[in-house]
Design a protein around this ligand. Sequence first.
Ligand code: SAM
Ligand code: SF4
Length: 326
Amino acid sequence: MSQLVDQYQRKFEYLRLSITDVCNFKCNYCLPDGYHRQHKATFLTLPEIRHLVAGFASMGAKKVRITGGEPSLRRDLCEIIETVKTTPGIEKVAMTTNGYRMARDASHWRQAGLDSINVSMDSLDANMFHQITGENLLHKVMAGIDAAFAAGFNQVKVNTVLMKGLNSHELASFLAWIKPRNIQLRFIELMQTGDNQALFKAHHVSGASIMVQLLAQGWIEKVRQSTDGPARVFCHPGYQGEIGLIMPYESHFCDSCNRLRVSALGRLHLCLFGEQGTQLRPLLQQSGQLPELQQMLLAALATKRPTHLLHQGEVGGTYHLASVGG
Ligand code: SAM
Ligand code: SF4
């Protein structure tokens, strides 16, 4: 069967699968007023997820990231992890979480087959964490990170959005924090979405400015693997931890795009900042629909643009990242 390759010779081995758009946090850049349901549809069921992932795997996908919304709010999360992990062809299952349930559940996720965890933590200061996420739960996320190591995850990835006037002065504290810990700290550059334009203008910090500081302090860039995410990863001989920089505004960011997204309602999104998506759900009801699903994926992929249009201020159909799965 054909592989997931587009007309610019980009190969898509990485599926980011949202399993819910519900979230219990109110991050100021994502859902500042909290989650409000805007549809009556149910989220992808376990059998639909099974057929979807089998379809992607049959065309070369090797890695799946489970995301949301907040994926840990789904009661059948462990079954979902197990289903994805046991799909022939899938080598790696990762998940992005806000950490709310990690202290309680990290060991169950590990047992179900989860290979790696990214947890979002925007500040090391409890008050600032509360201000950014709307929840006074830094202690809980920290306990979750400890629980993940105790459950057998060798490395934990921590996602941090640095914002001018809020947490950007914490760079040095974050570096000190990862010095003795096997944590990959990933600074995600604040992205403009349909909903956060004023916040973006007031608080955006360029990833390039962080990179300049890292290079000046002796950090060295590592070589990318084919299923790696969008981060440029840096290491330092004096640190156990690593730094990842996700810089969507950097020129050529899209050249190495290797991921496709499916929303919790079953829509294929070719780009986080793209179109309204292609509805795949009618083709996920039975495994017998695999050829039609493959055809639909290929047809959609033929229309993938070479780059997003964020520089022109075009954010596509994405109101916030919780809707598509960041
Ligand atoms: N709820 C989970 C979490 O927060 O980790 C998973 C979904 S969340 C949409 C995934 C990642 O997207 C988080 O690390 C979050 O910080 C990031 N994110 C959300 N909106 C963003 C934005 N406008 N700019 C940059 N990163 C954003
Ligand atoms: Fe929820 Fe994650 Fe969005 Fe924060 S970034 S509001 S935790 S979906």
